[in-house]
Write a protein that binds this ligand. Sequence first.
Ligand code: KIV
Length: 268
Amino acid sequence: MSSMPQPSAQNKVTVPFIRAQKNIQPLTMLTAYDYPTAQILDRAGIDLILVGDSVGTVLYGDENTLQVTLDDMVRHTRAVSKAANRALVVGDLPFMSYQVSKKQAIRSSGRLLKEAGAHAVKLEGGLEMAETVSAIVRAGIPVMGHIGLTPQTIHAIGTYRIHGKTHQERDYLIASAKALEEAGAFSIVLECVEAKLASEITQLVNIPTLGIGSGTGCDGQVLVGHDLVGLTAGRVPRFVQPTADLKANWHQAVEAYIQRTRENHARH
Ligand code: KIV
């Protein structure tokens, strides 16, 4: 606890604090979708909690994130916000809650702040989303960008893979990062961006980048919390390097309970 940076007089992480951490201290972000998990992350001193639309795959067993609704996100974000005393809570805008129009994007973002207590929103997309980001920011809502692998476009891109290996992708990602910064985003997630390019983008923009599967050259890292602690139902990406195996612990705990109950309870 003592090594935690003190973000504000109220000891709350704020958007200006996150911006100011560039080149000062690496930022830490994990996903959470519920109250008890968010409480653990917050008390451990995480800087940002992302209520990701990965809730669809991680908690609901969906094949991808496309079925997650704004109502789902409001419900999960509200639970997380209640537990976050220090961390900045970022609510993910789900598929089709911001792509239709700028008005729709502002309304959806507003719900995540007003009804769910988020401090900021995140949306996927680069150059093509810059105007939308700008509109949300002008409405007074902090926005985190997200480029590279953007899971909401999985049917358009075909596979989950590293981005930025071709000249075309490289130019697009650099232009996108710059456009998001210009549009007023306070930080950018770089998901599965080729490591050298992620590092280059990090140096090109004045806002923090948070990498996931993008090497160690970003201003911080974001991971799916369940992946980190070994609670994922499916395959865990290699870059995660889990720090616990809670699934095995949980399994053992349930086995112990079954055994204890069978031994201790009377048979009639
Ligand atoms: O939804 C999510 O969990 C995310 C992270 C992978 C960045 O967007």
